[in-house]
Design a protein around this ligand. Structure first.
Ligand code: TRP
Length: 335
């Protein structure tokens, strides 16, 4: 049996990159036979940078709404909130005692986020990958779908699992397999095809948010970066043309076809024509999702019901792992 776990941080609005690069793949995984799926809202990770309490609460519900609107089915997958399962934090501490500082210092995400002033970065930011290891190991997840940027963290989770197993001489934690998501995993900024589409980009025009209306989507696509040449005859003709390549990638992912097929259909077309086809496609694919998301957002009680149910299911499993971990490590347990 496969057990699949992944999560996103509730830090801002979700955008097209999150949908095509993550959510859409999760939906496909959920429908595989013989798999159990856990999708969490990683709010404990979000607080590694300061968050406004009310904004955090709203963003938590919003991400959950996006999961559901994007096709995660609460009947097939547990949708839950990380902080609502206290075992994550507890296991993190236990695992922190067997994680080397040197390994955490080598994490590129930490280096990027802490910047030059690593001395002033919070302990939470530094320990972030240990919490992520706890998230994964607590469910004994076998597969973890993540973007390229999280691969190093997953490698750490594998190492921590192995350190624990070696130290206690048991095959207790499962080493999770990374599941690096395919071609569409890298949706780039609409304004700069060399940068990832990101919620932290200052320019709204750089991304399509899952809450954008049709008009906004069309406008952002029309303004997207391209170059003076038309669409090439072959895929190789996109090399060195990051803006052009990005739009072809997005088209392919939305249409569920390969970039080769897009090029075959559109070779020689001008960008004006291509962009208007892309805008139509994006609106067609995203509109039902946006509508469902808005419906859910106006009914927070329904979101809360789904999150409570998912958190209960995840919590039962997590509690069992933490209890066994305490036992193995030699903690006194309430009889
Ligand atoms: N760190 C991940 C990100 O920012 C989110 C995350 C937290 C996660 N815990 C996880 C992803 C566990 C996979 C598994 O994208």
């Amino acid at each position: 049996m496969k057990r699949i776990l992944s999560g996103m941080q509730p830090t801002a609005q979700l955008h097209l990159g999150n949908y095509l690069g993550a959510l859409k793949n999760w939906v496909a995984l959920q429908n595989e036979p013989d798999s159990e799926n856990f999708y969490m809202v990683a709010d404990l990770h979000a607080i590694t940078v300061p968050q406004e309490p009310e904004a955090l609460r709203a963003a938590t519900r919003e991400i959950a709404a996006a999961y559901i609107a994007g096709g995660i089915d609460p009947a097939k997958s547990s949708i839950f909130v990380q902080s609502a399962v206290p075992g994550h934090s507890e296991l993190m501490w236990l695992l922190a005692t067997m994680t080397q500082m040197g390994k955490l210092e080598r994490m590129t995400q930490f280096k990027d986020k802490a910047g030059k002033n690593a001395e002033r970065a919070g302990l939470g930011l530094f320990a972030y990958p240990v919490l992520m290891a706890a998230d994964i190991l607590i469910y004994k997840a076998t597969h973890v779908p993540v973007g390229e940027d999280q691969k190093q963290h997953l490698e750490l989770a594998r190492e921590v699992a192995s350190t624990f197993n070696t130290r206690y001489g048991q095959d207790f934690f499962i080493q999770p397999e990374p599941f690096i998501m395919g071609a569409a995993a890298r949706v780039m900024s609409l304004q700069d095809g060399t940068k990832k589409m990101s919620k932290s980009d200052a320019s709204e025009k750089s991304r399509i948010n899952l809450t954008d209306d049709a008009e906004t989507i069309a406008k952002k696509i029309k303004k997207a970066q391209t170059d003076p040449e038309a669409l090439p005859e072959t895929l190789a003709g996109l090399e060195g043309r990051p803006g052009a390549k990005n739009l072809v990638t997005i088209y392919a992912a939305l249409a569920d076809i390969t970039p080769e097929a897009v090029i075959k259909d559109c070779a020689g077309k001008g960008w004006g024509e291509f962009k208007s086809a892309l805008a139509d496609l994006a609106v067609e694919k995203l509109a039902p999702m946006t509508r469902r998301m808005q419906e859910l957002m106006s009914d927070p009680a329904e979101i809360d019901r789904i999150l409570a149910q998912g958190s209960e299911k995840a919590g039962a499993l997590a509690e069992q792992t933490v209890r066994q971990t305490r036992e193995i490590m030699g903690f006194w347990q309430r009889p």
